[in-house]
Write a protein that binds this ligand. Structure first.
Ligand code: HEM
Length: 388
């Protein structure tokens, strides 16, 4: 793809989304770490450098300036979200993360296996006679959202409102060009959720309760779980099913070694394409001099297709072996604490769809991707199958 000037920003265009990994290969021509004048950030596409940056304590996750310095319209958003672990560093990050992992455990994830499985089969029972569905709207959106609501014990009648707020807030993430209306909606959404969870966290069954955490921190991190656990998994389910339907010869491997297969699907088309850090001091990365205060975009999706880390990176190989680990869940201190829940959902959903819908295939070869730099996901995924 020839584009002048060569910039990551082009990735939001539909034609770039259609060949995203070819587009990244073009960016690699500028080196594994380069200064992108259009987005005014360093852009890192090399696997080794992205992994190194993710474990470098001089790369800060603190994103929000003091709330007073935040422009009007996003002040409540910044105040609440900045208290979550995602935007904290070092000891403070570790304290918040410890408090969350005390209740968000392997056991709490395992307890969701049965309800998730029941929900998936219920959806399949409902749509099966029609012979056609939109996997995104019918399954990949509601399933992860309900799973995360079950984890944080948000009662069913409240979920529709929570989803509406969450969509408004999610629209503000990673979008540098928000309209005044979108800002106001994100701000209202976060205020709505903050007031809601401020009541919910007093219930004995709440996942995060004031104690190890302050009240505000319990609220902010519950909101983080809701936001982080929902859209990423939606995209994972859609992208993974698409990859399988385009490579039907690989499908049997999902049954023989599901754990390896799920990791390869995450590498192949990662739901979250980038994370942002800011250098706290001057440092070297891949021979480039990064200045104190400069932003650094770590392109997980490009690192996961780096030929130096993954031989034949554009080939889906559900039995892939090798030393390099994919970075779809990040790496280091902020490594995704929801990884095992996401893997569980992927395993249940993909196997149930492929087992129960005979002849499952794409019904519309023309795909429409979300125009986003950080999320990689389909607007819809229409499939059909044989009805007997
Ligand atoms: C962090 C990806 C599902 C909760 C992260 C990070 C990535 C990621 C890349 C690191 C961000 C950074 O370093 O700045 C994904 C993907 C998912 C997924 C691809 C689905 C396939 C989930 C789920 C949950 C969750 C299901 C909750 C149940 C979180 C939280 C953090 C996080 C709380 C912040 C961790 C920290 O700052 O220490 N996720 N995630 N994620 N994720 Fe996930």
């Amino acid at each position: 793809m020839t584009d002048r000037p060569r910039t990551l920003l082009t990735a939001v265009r539909p034609e770039a989304q259609r060949d995203l990994y070819g587009f990244y290969d073009g960016l690699r021509g500028a080196g594994p770490c380069y200064w992108d004048r259009v987005v005014s950030s360093w852009v890192v596409t090399g696997h080794e450098l992205v992994a190194a940056a993710l474990t470098d304590s001089r790369m800060s996750s603190v994103r929000f300036p003091e709330p007073d310095a935040v422009e009007d319209g996003l002040r409540r958003f910044a105040t609440v979200i900045s208290r979550s672990m995602l935007y904290r560093d070092a000891l403070e990050h570790a304290r918040l993360r410890r408090a969350v992992s005390r209740t968000f455990t392997a056991r709490s994830v395992e307890a969701l296996r049965e309800p998730i499985s029941a929900a998936v089969h219920e959806i399949i029972d409902r749509v099966r006679p029609a012979g056609r569905m939109d996997v995104v709207a019918d399954l990949a959106v509601p399933l992860p959202f309900n799973a995360i609501c079950a984890l944080i014990h948000a009662p069913e009648p409240d979920r529709e409102q929570l989803l509406a707020w969450s969509n408004d807030v999610a629209a503000a993430f990673g979008n540098a060009r928000l309209t005044a209306g979108e800002k106001a909606a994100a701000d209202r959404g976060v205020a709505g959720m903050a007031a809601y969870f401020d009541r919910l966290i007093d219930r004995p069954e709440a996942l995060l309760r004031p104690g190890d955490l302050s009240r505000d921190e319990a609220v902010a991190n519950t909101i983080l779980l809701l936001l982080a656990g929902h859209e990423t998994t939606t995209h994972f389910l859609g992208n993974a099913l698409l990859a399988l339907l385009r490579h039907p010869g690989q499908i049997p491997r999902l049954a023989t070694d599901p754990a390896t297969a799920i990791e390869e699907l995450l590498r192949y088309d990662s739901p979250l394409q980038l994370v942002l850090r800011r250098a706290t001091e001057d440092l070297d990365l891949g021979g480039e001099r990064i200045g104190a205060g400069q932003p650094v975009l770590l392109i997980l999706g490009a690192a996961n297709r780096d030929p130096a880390a993954f031989p034949d990176p554009h080939t889906l190989d559900l039995g892939r072996t090798g030393k390099a680990r994919h970075l779809a869940f990040g790496h280091g201190a902020h490594f995704c604490p929801g990884a095992s829940l996401a893997r569980l959902e992927g395993d249940i959903v993909l196997r149930a769809l492929l087992d129960r819908l005979p002849g499952l295939r794409l019904a519309e070869p023309e795909l429409s991707w979300r125009p986003s730099l950080n999320f990689r996901g389909l607007d819809r995924l229409i499939v059909e199958w044989d009805v007997r």
